[in-house]
Design a protein. Structure first.
Length: 437
């Protein structure tokens, strides 16, 4: 994308039927169905990530900085890895920093490296007044699945200007490359300290719309195989990343995101949930080189940095170099009947045998209140059809009221990761498996 600052292109669009207003959303919301839950592991603080490691075992990332192994006997008391001495001190009441993501590669049984994404203190030489450091690194893991704390290999560090919008999802794609979610730098509206100018004159700021100044507001795609790095980097750049040989930073895979919170692959499709500002939440199927609209648009609607509560009726449909702004497959509002919430939690496309979930994208909202959501692909183009699914307690205690993440095991079964706390404190975090009722 070029750095010219042109005014609205002639293709500006009035947001209405084609871009899915509330009436269209309501018509696509279906009645509630139900699935059951059964507890698998409890006693966490704020479980934010789950990775399968084989033999029915999986790893759980807990926001304060520990990674735990869960097996048939439930959570083990000793952490596989403890990062607390490398991280910022978290605020117990509410904090978006911490241990935010984990991933194991497709050859984990042979390579045995655990990739982690966490928030560290600001490094020397980073801009004064910035909040903290985005760290992506890996650790060697032995056959007992215990990580060696001295084996850390830092892959990438990014200066984070503010404390929120840290994203944190990392996952290996079917191509073997590591996909990394990066928020827009925090604050509100994609403006302020650490937010660069963009090409759209009506809105100030725009890390989400910039691909030349920093890596914020994007999905990155990296080659993290040993020896793949070069030019002073600890990672390689896939040859077909969209900006290789063009203007922009080569790490970018897609951009135009505010705070991508959890993403996943199914049959080669990358589903990315992006947390909205104060009106709409969204999920997109993300393609290489796609621009997903923030902060020109929030969901499928125009956005204004001057008056976020009353956006203009029209906004661009493409950037000034002709790149289209991609629309979401899912959008829901912060209030109203049907599917609504305050912060989208991305999940997985499910192909198993639980009827209300089968052949649907399963996701939710932080304000879960005993429900999750599904989205079913329509016969034609347009937003996917939404349903609310009630969570019934099949056995044990119910999940907590706040949904933090989903998990998927080697058999394709789905899990919800929840907490009863509003911040990284206490021990109310739990992992529940979804089952038929």
């Amino acid at each position: 994308m070029t750095r010219r600052r042109d005014f609205l292109r002639a293709g500006a669009v009035a947001v209405g039927g084609a871009l899915a207003g509330c009436s269209l959303l309501e018509s696509r919301t279906q009645p509630s169905e139900s699935v059951g839950t059964e507890p698998v592991a409890t006693g966490f603080t704020a479980p934010l990530g789950m990775e399968t490691v084989g033999d029915g075992r999986f790893l759980i990332a807990d926001q304060p900085g520990q990674v735990y192994l869960v097996d048939a006997d439930g959570q083990q008391s000793r952490p596989v890895l403890d990062l607390r001495d490398r991280m910022v001190t978290l605020n117990p009441g509410y904090d978006e920093r911490g241990l935010l993501g984990i991933a194991v590669g497709p050859n984990f049984a042979e390579r045995r490296r655990l990739f982690v994404r966490y928030s560290a203190p600001l490094r020397p030489g980073m801009p004064d007044g910035y909040s903290h450091t985005f760290v992506l690194s890996s650790f060697a893991v032995d056959e007992s699945l215990q990580a060696d704390p001295s084996s850390e290999r830092i892959v990438l560090e990014i200066a984070e200007p503010q404390a929120n919008h840290n994203a944190g999802s990392i996952t290996f794609g079917p191509d073997g490359f590591l996909y990394v979610g990066v928020g827009d730098g925090g604050g509100g509206n994609d403006v302020g300290r650490g937010h660069v100018s963009d090409w759209y004159d009506r809105n100030d700021g725009g890390n989400g719309q910039d691909v030349t100044e920093n890596l914020l507001g994007s999905i990155l795609r990296l080659d993290v195989r040993e020896g793949a790095g070069g030019n002073g980097r600890a990672y390689g750049i896939p040859d077909d990343n969209p900006l290789v040989g063009r203007e922009g930073l080569d790490e970018h895979y897609a951009w135009g995101f505010r705070n991508p919170w959890r993403f996943s692959f199914t049959d080669g499709r990358l589903f990315v949930a992006d947390v909205g500002q104060n009106r709409f939440e969204e999920v997109s199927i993300v393609d290489r080189g796609g621009n997903y609209g923030w902060n020109v648009r929030e969901g499928a609607h125009c956005f204004s940095t001057e008056d976020p509560g009353a956006p203009p009726a029209s906004c661009p449909t493409e950037t000034d170099d002709g790149t289209p702004l991609q629309g979401p497959i899912v959008e829901y509002p912060h209030d109203g009947d049907g599917v609504s919430g305050i912060s989208v939690i991305g999940g997985y496309y499910y192909t198993g045998g639980i009827g209300p979930l089968t052949d649907r994208y399963v996701f939710g909202d932080y304000r879960a209140e005993g429900t999750i959501f599904t989205a079913r692909e329509p016969d034609g183009d347009g937003l996917w059809n939404l349903s609310r699914v009630d969570l019934e307690t099949a056995s044990g205690d119910p999940p907590g009221p706040n949904l933090l993440a989903f998990g998927r095991d080697a058999e394709g079964r789905l899990y919800v990761l929840t907490t009863g706390s509003g911040g990284p404190e206490g021990a109310s975090g739990a992992v529940h498996r979804l089952v038929a009722v």
